[in-house]
Design a binder for this molecule. Structure first.
Ligand code: ASP
Length: 214
């Protein structure tokens, strides 16, 4: 995907300066999350069927630590919230209002993340839903997943998405699920997924890839 290029440039800058894989993943993905023109990740993401933007993300480091956030609203950088959950809580996954509460307590700002184009697209979609089924196709899927190997030989991975365009309110896909959207085993490798989340979840796709690689 084109947005991956800018995210990779940021990640590369971090690695070039001897930074760690985890920072490269987080700050690389942040670039895409903040780019409103990327309509499937972070700020600017498409809405669900109720016109709400709900974000999913996860991150995993070389030690097998993991953090994940699902159904996050009104916060622009879900990958950073996922990292905070990994580093500043005893949990792996936080959802919805509780995830937002955690984010606000940890210094994130509540912002309107509904981009004008996403609002307009949703308004058009509700006029004639038959024109677009909420299934993945070439134009509407674009989750960002980053896998990074740093100079110390450590791996990290992360994923961030607004999920399926016009998904059912409350739907969560593979992207924030450790083992489905991302999996890292420092001794073996790292895998990440994009595409129809329902299919990836049923195979725990990223974990399966690493197991087979093993
Ligand atoms: N995997 C994402 C999801 O199902 C969608 C995507 O990759 O574009 O939410």
């Amino acid at each position: 995907w084109k947005h991956g290029y800018k995210a990779n440039l940021k990640a590369y800058e971090i690695l070039y300066n001897n930074g760690i894989a985890l920072d490269a993943v987080e700050f690389g993905i942040n670039v895409t999350e903040l780019d409103a023109e990327v309509r499937t990740v972070g700020y600017g993401g498409y809405t669900d069927d109720k016109g709400k933007v709900t974000l999913d993300a996860c991150i995993m480091d070389h030690r097998g630590n993991a953090g994940s956030v699902v159904y996050l609203q009104d916060i622009k950088n879900p990958i950073s919230v996922a990292r905070k959950i990994m580093e500043n809580s005893n949990h792996v996954m936080l959802a919805g209002a509780g995830a937002q509460r955690f984010a606000l307590k940890n210094g994130f700002k509540k912002e309107d993340i509904l981009y004008s184009k996403s609002k307009k697209d949703w308004e058009q979609w509700i006029q004639d839903k038959s024109k677009l089924k909420n299934l993945i196709n070439e134009d509407n899927h674009d989750t960002i997943t980053m896998l990074v190997l740093d100079n110390k030989g450590n791996l990290a991975g992360g994923s961030s998405t607004s999920g399926l365009r016009y998904k059912s309110h409350g739907r969560v896909g593979d992207s924030p699920i450790i083992g489905s959207g991302v999996f890292v085993d420092n001794a073996i490798g790292a895998a990440g997924a994009t595409g129809q989340g329902e299919e990836i979840m049923k195979t725990v796709g990223s974990f399966l890839i690493i197991e087979l690689l093993k």
